[in-house]
Design a protein around this ligand. Sequence first.
Ligand SMILES: [Zn+2]
Length: 264
Amino acid sequence: MNILTAAPYYLQITTVLLLGLTLGSFVNVCIYRLPKNESIIAPRSHCQSCNKNIPIWDNIPILSYLILKGKCRQCDTSISIIYPIVEVSAALLLLAGFIKFGVSIKFSILCVIGPTLLTIAIIDIKHKIIPDMITLPGIIFGIVAGSYLFGVKESLVGLISGGGIFLLVSEVYYRVRGRVGMGGGDIKFIAAVGALLGTKNVFLIIFLSAFMGSVVGLIGLVVKKVNTTTQVPFGPFLAAGTLIVYFSGEDIIKIYMASIVGGY
Ligand SMILES: [Zn+2]
C-alpha cells in the first residue's frame, strides 16, 4: 500500500492528470529548446516573441493559456495552440496508462516514455530530426528498464535487432536511391525501443509503424499533399506504434498467432 493507492479513486485520477499536465508542460520546453541545442533546465521560460520571462502564474498548464486567451501578457503575441494540445495529450496518455496498468512498474515506465515519445513525434514533424539528447539517454533507459522487465540478454538482443534492421534498411535505401532515406535518429530511436520492449515487440512496432506510415503516405499522395520525393518523417509513426504495442502488444501477438493457427 502506498500513498497513491490509499487515496480515493478520484484523487488518484486527479493526481495522475496533474502529473500528466506538468510533464506535458516539460515536453513543450523540450520541443522548443532541444532542436536549438538550448538547455532544458535554465534559463526560465520566456516569451518567444518579446523574450520577457514568463512568471510562474502565467505558466500553469492549460489554465494560463485560457486565462491569457492564448496571448503573451506583455506583448500580446499569440501563443501556439500546440502548447495546450501537448499538455492535454500527455495528461490523457498518462490517464489511459493509469487505468490500464494501475500503480505499477509499467505505469512508471509509461510516465517516462509517454512524454518522451510525444516529444520525439513533434520534433520530428517540425524539424525532421530526432535529437541524440533524447535517443542516447533513451538507449540507456531502454537497457536498464528492459533488463528489469525481460532480463539483460533479451534487452540487448532487442536493441541489436531493432537497430540492426533499420541500419540495414537505411544502407540498402542509400545504395538503391543514392540518398539518405532513414536518418541516424530513427536508428537510435528504434534501438532504444528494442532494448526496452524486446525483439518480438520491436518487430511488431516496425510492422505497425510501416503500415501506418504507408496508409498516411498513400492518403497524402491521393490528396496531393505529398509527392514521391517528399520526406515524410517516420518518428511519429514509430512513436505511435511503440505506444500501441506498449498498451496491447501481447493481445495483438495473441490474436495474430490465433489467426495463423486458426487458418484464416
Ligand atoms: Zn511576449
